[in-house]
Design a protein around this ligand. Structure first.
Ligand SMILES: Nc1ncnc2c1ncn2[C@@H]1O[C@H](COP(=O)(O)OP(=O)(O)OP(=O)(O)O)[C@@H](O)[C@H]1O
Ligand SMILES: [Mg+2]
Length: 306
């Protein structure tokens, strides 16, 4: 049972949507960002999913005038190339120097490995990027859409693990000096990562509200315990649980049966997590795309108008 529920008056500037694949994270994130923007807040929605779909959902560049993204809402998708570039600017060479001191690998190949193959490193970097965005006063609300959970947060502790591992052979590594133009030792650099990782973790703990999205089906409900455990382990604050795709229309026997089955899982969620704020999002008959439909989703998500 998680004990890291938010109290609602703890309004956090960054809200991150997490949950398993395909449950509606991006849809909820987009509707939430639109909701805040329509309340007049300078809002940023940023996707760190390697296959983002925000511009598709917001119909960026394709909509008639009346249906446009509000001016105070910025939509940002960070693709793999952009990640590579940002990574390169911020840590690339330094991390490469450490790795290449014991692994024979070319720089290009290394950057590709880190940003595409090692999801933990990518996420760690993304957390840092979002933290920097949140430090700027430019936005009043930052909505963060992520890749399916498991790829998120999983390797947040990587730098400290790496540090711990390397400390088992301090005499070897402490003497390792990097290239001629670098005066720092491998251990110094790793210590720097550990500190950065700590700062990012503090940011996640104190400034980010996590919204978990799920659907009322056996597998999704079963997986929630693991998701909560992971958040608990890192002492992250879960603001609310969105139960998506809830069938409200019971005009046919098929729908009645389906709705009844869903209700069992919703009741189960209630009994397992009685103190967690839950919001049910109905299953809409049409694909959720465009400002008008996102507004409808927002109405369901924010019934009290917060
Ligand atoms: N309440 C809903 N009613 C109808 N369709 C929905 C609803 N919520 C989401 N969808 C649709 O389900 C599909 C998946 O939603 P979405 O992309 O938001 O999920 P996701 O969790 O972000 O997926 P991924 O894990 O792949 O990033 C989309 O086509 C979306 O339009
Ligand atoms: Mg998504």
């Amino acid at each position: 049972m998680p004990d890291n529920y938010a109290c609602r008056n703890d309004e956090r500037r960054v809200v991150m949507f997490a949950g398993k694949g395909g449950v509606g994270k991006t849809t909820c994130a987009a509707a939430t960002a639109l909701h805040h923007a329509l309340l007049g807040r300078r809002t940023l929605i940023v996707s760190t999913d390697p296959t983002p779909s925000l511009s598709h959902i917001f119909e960026v560049g394709r909509t008639p005038r009346a249906n446009k993204v509000p001016q105070n809402l910025r939509v940002e998708e960070i693709g793999v190339d952009r990640v590579k570039q940002m990574w390169d600017e911020k840590f690339g060479r330094e991390v490469y120097e450490v790795f290449s001191s014991f692994v024979d690998i070319g720089y290009e190949e290394f950057v590709e490995f880190v940003t595409e193959v090692l999801p933990g490193m990518r996420d760690e970097f993304m957390v840092d990027y979002i933290r920097e965005l949140a430090l700027k006063a430019e936005y009043e609300k930052v909505v963060w859409d992520t890749a399916p959970l498991g790829q998120t947060l999983g390797l947040l502790n990587m730098p400290s693990m790496l540090g711990k591992h390397l400390k088992t052979a301090p005499r070897i590594y402490s003497r390792l000096k990097l290239g001629a133009d670098s005066r720092r030792s491998v251990l110094d650099i790793i210590k720097g990562w550990e500190e950065l990782s700590g700062t990012d973790m503090e940011f996640l703990r104190h400034q980010v509200e996590f919204v978990i999205v799920t659907i009322p089906e056996a597998l999704a409900v079963e997986q929630l315990d693991d998701i909560f455990a992971e958040f608990d382990k890192h002492q992250l604050m879960i603001g609310r649980l969105v139960v998506n795709n809830v069938i409200k229309d019971t005009s046919s026997e098929f729908l009645v049966t389906k709705a009844r089955q869903q209700r069992e899982y919703i009741d189960l969620l209630q009994s397992r997590y009685p103190d967690l704020e839950k919001v049910e999002l109905p299953m809409f008959p049409r694909e959720i795309k465009g400002i008008d439909r996102l507004k409808d989703v927002g109405k369901s998500l924010f019934q009290n108008g917060e």
